[in-house]
Design a protein around this ligand. Structure first.
Ligand SMILES: Cc1cc2nc3c(=O)[nH]c(=O)nc-3n(C[C@H](O)[C@H](O)[C@H](O)COP(=O)(O)OP(=O)(O)OC[C@H]3O[C@@H](n4cnc5c(N)ncnc54)[C@H](O)[C@@H]3O)c2cc1C
Length: 351
């Protein structure tokens, strides 16, 4: 037992997940005088720290990422990078005096409304309990990279995170996918001197790829500088290359030689926390069952906020900019106030 970990901690509200919406919810409830603790399996903003390649900009504008009037600023006045937003989240958590325990993974939930016991696994392997009256799951929706489901995708040269593009200098890389992450990775790899194949099963790149990237990549593909394989699926990944098939055609498969394969085909939500809490999952996205006004789940005393409410999103509809209000919805529900009026969607959602 680590003496730094008290054997039990008691709080009124435990927020699980220190992403932007978990922190925002904690701040709103704290401002209402509630005793709130936030725990996260990783650092604050863990999803962003884990999944954003270095110096990657949000699609969403800074004013839509801002929380409760705290501005997201950048020295360039451009859209924020992941690093800039993490700095913002640190400043917000400090400025609001939020109690946050990082590297504290929830591994067990028992009890009932008014008296939950949550088991926490600390990074050093120690486990201890937190007692809370109310639980708020702000655990996000992008836990693990989606898999292709083809032979060879567990080979060591197949990755799902770009990381620092520098490592790919001089290498031949197959980037798989056609949405923002894939297209941005293809461009960055090309610019660090990799020879890039971009493989996408649709006939065109996703229409809402960041408009400051899409024309560059389409031009490079038209010139053959990035080798585009559209309407193409992957049959098999092998050491040294890939077998490709034309979608909807009986033509023979094509072999291309590559050093690395980078899968950029999205993420899936983990249902682990919902299963621990006994929350029902519904619909094709396996979304947690919540009341849309209060965000209360089917388990009394447990609420779900942020992108976690949407399950595994096929096309992103729930993201940071339209989750800010979740904090007000839960605050109203806990205080017994009527649900706040829905905030109208901005004319052009930035997903
Ligand atoms: C390259 C890239 C670009 C993106 N661009 C945008 C964009 O422009 N706009 C946008 O809105 N979104 C964007 N996203 C998605 C963005 O990361 C999410 O929308 C955002 O992080 C969701 O915030 P959240 O607070 O709902 O959840 P998250 O930020 O996902 O936070 C969930 C937290 O819960 C924690 N957690 C989960 N399980 C446990 C557990 N068992 N115990 C303790 N803690 C746990 C996680 O560690 C995590 O920190 C992008 C994602 C990527 C990869």
């Amino acid at each position: 037992m680590n003496p730094e970990h008290p054997s039990t901690v008691s709080v009124e509200v435990l927020v699980i997940g220190a992403g932007p919406i978990g922190l925002e919810t904690a701040a709103v409830l704290g401002d209402e005088g509630r005793d709130v603790l936030v725990v996260d399996a990783g650092a604050i903003g863990n999803t962003i720290q884990r999944t954003f390649p270095p110096q990657t900009r949000f699609f969403t504008s800074p004013e839509r990422l801002a929380i409760r009037g705290w501005p997201v600023t950048s020295p360039t006045e451009e859209k924020a990078t992941g690093e800039e937003y993490l700095a913002f989240l640190r400043a917000f958590a400090t400025g609001k005096g939020l109690a946050v325990r990082t590297f504290s993974r929830v591994v067990g939930i028992s009890g009932r409304e008014g008296n939950f016991t949550v088991r926490i696994a600390a990074l050093d392997g120690d486990e201890y309990s937190i007692h809370a009256e109310v639980l708020i799951l702000a655990s996000g929706g992008i836990d693990r990279p989606r898999k292709l489901g083809v032979a060879g995708e567990d080979l060591p040269h197949v990755r799902s995170q770009l990381g620092d593009p520098h490592r790919y200098f001089g290498r031949t890389v197959a980037v798989v996918g056609g949405r923002n992450s894939a297209v941005e990775s293809a461009l960055r790899l090309y610019r660090v001197g990799a020879h890039v194949h971009l493989i996408h099963r649709e006939a065109q790149l996703y229409s809402r790829v960041k408009p400051w990237i899409k024309p560059d990549v389409e031009s490079l593909m038209a010139e053959g500088q990035i080798v585009g394989h559209l309407s193409t699926s992957i049959v098999k990944i092998s050491p040294g290359g890939l077998e490709l098939a034309q979608v909807g055609s009986d033509a023979e498969s094509q072999w291309i030689s590559v050093d690395d394969v980078l899968l950029q085909i999205g993420y899936e939500q983990s249902s682990e926390l919902f299963d621990l809490a006994g929350i029902e999952l519904t619909g094709p996205q396996r979304a947690p069952a919540v009341d849309c006004e209060t965000l209360r789940s089917n388990v009394p005393g447990i609420y779900v906020v942020g992108t976690a409410i949407a399950g595994t999103q096929a096309g992103f509809k729930v993201f940071i900019e339209n989750s800010h209000q979740h904090a007000d919805q839960v605050a109203a529900a806990l205080a017994g106030r009527p649900a706040p009026k829905p905030v109208p969607t901005r004319p052009l959602p930035e997903s």
